[in-house]
Design a protein around this ligand. Structure first.
Ligand SMILES: Nc1nc2c(ncn2[C@@H]2O[C@H](COP(=O)(O)OP(=O)(O)O)[C@@H](O)[C@H]2O)c(=O)[nH]1
Ligand SMILES: [Mg+2]
Length: 347
């Protein structure tokens, strides 16, 4: 039976990293895996990054899975036609209410598929912003989205365990057990593989998908998304992409410094630059740049989700690109619209 695995979680929590890791683990066991990425608009870093890892990826763009359920189904069916047996999908990081709008509709309308429990990832720092007194620059309604994501999850995995001390881990495990005594929760690292085999074995053999439907205040949800400016751009590099990793590090650090001047919290900034990939997942976070298999073109792909207006974000990115010798090829900047799901199950 075709297996559908959904991995949700807020921007920057590690979904794409986990998709890549899971695909490799399942492929090594002889399974044919198809991945689905999702975004409000085209030119998605996640898709190109996963493709660079030689994985089979289908992208749903223009709308999130919940508001374009049929587009999601089309993507699944196209991967199945190509022989996929297990589909792993990553919804947009600012989306929630997935149990009501995707998991339960999938179970009802496609009983021929086996839907795995909905896993929601959380970045440990963001998790502590939601559950302890760690101060946060994130808009309260965006924090509300993260809370609902966790509430509706069948499994919660606090990711990036490799960055945590023993004391941090203990604190997070206690908070998880206190807030969600009835859920299976734990710590994983998509980077080192810690906890992944056990989690994967569990969701592959369980049939409790979509058990919880959260009560969602769509006004708060819509506002939590609307505080984020959303920009996807591609560019060419006038000086070529020699020393790509160093150039990307400078580009992202400059961008971080510009955002610091106006104190705009970062949801996720991600970029591909030649054979380098880079991420920034918080305004005060560390720019993470690494080498990847050489990209097919020398283009730069740049995606930013930042707590600011689309106009300010676009101006800042255009100035940044000009300063770094990048010529814009495509650029789309928007504020996510009010979510209007294709289906919503109330129980
Ligand atoms: N240290 C560490 N970093 C991680 C881990 N998983 C993801 N990341 C990093 O977190 C950033 C965001 O990851 P990504 O998978 O793109 O997040 P997404 O927005 O949820 O898809 C990237 O810099 C990743 O390298 C992890 O387990 N440990
Ligand atoms: Mg992603």
């Amino acid at each position: 039976m075709t297996k559908i695995i959904l991995i949700g979680g807020f921007l920057g929590s590690g979904k794409t990293t986990l998709l890549g890791d899971v695909a490799k683990r399942l492929t090594a066991k002889g399974h044919k895996v198809g991945l689905i990425t999702n975004d409000q608009t085209a030119d998605l870093v996640d898709t190109k990054l996963l493709e660079a890892g030689a994985l089979n990826v289908s992208e749903v763009h223009g709308s999130c899975f919940c508001c374009n359920f049929d587009g999601f189904i089309d993507a699944i069916q196209s991967l199945l036609k190509q022989g996929a047996e297990i589909i792993v999908a990553e919804p947009v990081g600012s989306c929630t209410d997935l149990s009501a709008t995707i998991v339960n509709p999938l179970k009802k309308f496609h009983p021929e598929w086996d839907v795995a429990p909905l896993t929601v990832l959380a970045d440990p720092h963001r998790f502590l912003e939601v559950f302890s007194n760690v101060p946060s620059k994130v808009d309260p309604d965006a924090l509300y989205i993260q809370k609902i994501q966790l509430e509706e999850a069948d499994r919660i995995a606090v990711n990036k365990a490799d960055t945590l001390t023993k004391t941090d881990k203990e604190q997070i495990l206690v908070l998880l057990k206190t807030a969600y005594p009835d859920k299976k929760t734990g710590l994983i690292s998509a980077k080192t593989g810690e906890g992944i085999d056990a989690w994967l074995a569990d969701i592959q053999s369980s049939n409790d998908a979509g058990t919880t439907i959260a009560e969602v205040d769509y006004d708060k949800y819509a506002h939590g998304e609307a505080v984020l400016g959303w920009l996807n751009a591609t560019a060419t590099v006038s000086g070529g992409t020699v020393d790509a990793a160093a150039k990307l590090q400078t580009l992202l650090t400059d961008f971080q410094n510009e955002l610091r001047k106006v104190n705009s919290e970062v949801g996720h900034v991600k970029a591909l630059y030649g054979n380098a990939a880079g991420n920034l997942t918080a305004l005060d976070g560390v720019v993470d740049v690494r080498e990847i298999p050489p990209a097919k073109s020398a283009s730069v792909v740049f995606n930013a989700r930042v707590q600011t207006s689309p106009e300010t974000l676009e101006r800042t990115v255009r100035d940044l690109f000009a300063k770094h010798g990048l010529k814009v090829e495509t650029l789309k900047c928007l504020m996510p619209g009010r979510p209007n799901p294709t289906h919503r199950f109330s129980k």
